[in-house]
Ligand binder design. Structure first.
Ligand code: KIV
Length: 271
């Protein structure tokens, strides 16, 4: 009987070591079992069950409507497809902002009901007490600074953040606070590349950028954007690696033609 091959799992320590050796971290979002399985087997280090599920899976305009129960459903599906990657789950809007007890209860639900390895929440000083309490309970936390989509109605736009010195100063300070609180990594979203470089160099923990330039310690993209499932979203920072929209549309049009012409199924495709 051949022994099952041991899989070396990615942990938060792995990411820390990668920062020390200068190896970049690759991260991608996933929301279901099948894509998570593909990404894990391809060698991605981190899978983020992003609250962007609200946009790309549920069709909402913002990330605000998605619920904790819905995030738990997505995350538990992802976990079943993963053998090696570190799985991080977004804490959705309204599940941690009220107080640190609520935040802890939400984090416990995510960890117990999904089997995920870490949670991510948006913000700096404002959520520090919650971050500390979750980490003290043994749950790894990833921070998220810059453009934090759960605050879209405060920002008013999805434009680049921290271009002015006041906001840049707050971001530097928040990054330090999150590191001191024990976060294992911080996402930097849509901020100037020079600021992201400065912050990345000032921290011992890795930064994962999205629209934050090449000097972050890793990069993250939303799977629907990078695989071209959603082709309407074309920000400057996005590199589209595939056009699934076109491939799927062409395939389905052919299928429709085959059904209508009775070409499908043929003799070999029946019992
Ligand atoms: O929800 C998400 O997909 C995210 C990434 C954009 C970092 O938070």
């Amino acid at each position: 009987m051949s022994a099952a091959k041991e899989v070396k799992k990615i942990t938060t320590n792995t990411l820390q070591k990668m920062k020390q050796t200068g190896e970049k971290t690759s991260m991608i979002t996933a929301y279901d079992y099948s894509f998570a399985k593909i990404f894990d087997a391809a060698g991605i280090e981190v899978i983020l069950v992003g609250d962007s599920a609200s946009n790309v899976m549920a069709g909402h305009e913002t990330t605000l409507p998605i619920t904790l129960d819905q995030m738990i459903y997505h995350a538990s599906s992802v976990i079943r497809g993963v053998q090696r990657s570190l799985v991080v789950v977004d804490m959705p809007f309204g599940s941690y902002q009220s107080n640190s007890k609520e935040a802890l209860v939400s984090a416990f639900r995510i960890m117990k009901e999904t089997g995920a390895h870490a949670v991510k929440l948006e913000g700096g000083e404002e959520v520090l007490e919650s971050v500390k309490r979750i980490i003290a309970a043994g749950v790894p936390v990833m921070g998220h600074l810059g453009l934090t989509p759960q605050s879209i109605y405060k920002f008013g736009t999805y434009n680049v953040r921290a271009k002015d010195e006041t906001e840049a100063h707050k971001l530097r300070k928040d990054a330090k606070l999150l590191e001191e609180a024990g976060c294992f990594a911080i996402v930097l979203e849509k901020i100037p590349a020079l600021l992201a470089k400065e912050v990345s160099e000032s921290l011992h923990i890795p930064t994962i950028g999205i629209g934050a330039g090449k000097h972050c310690d890793g990069q993250v993209l939303v799977m629907h954007d990078m695989l071209g499932i959603n082709t309407a979203f074309k920000p400057r920072f996005l590199r589209q690696y595939l056009n699934i929209h076109e491939l799927a549309s062409t395939a389905v049009k052919q299928y429709i033609r085959d059904v209508k012409s009775s070409d499908f199924p043929n003799e070999l495709e029946q019992y």
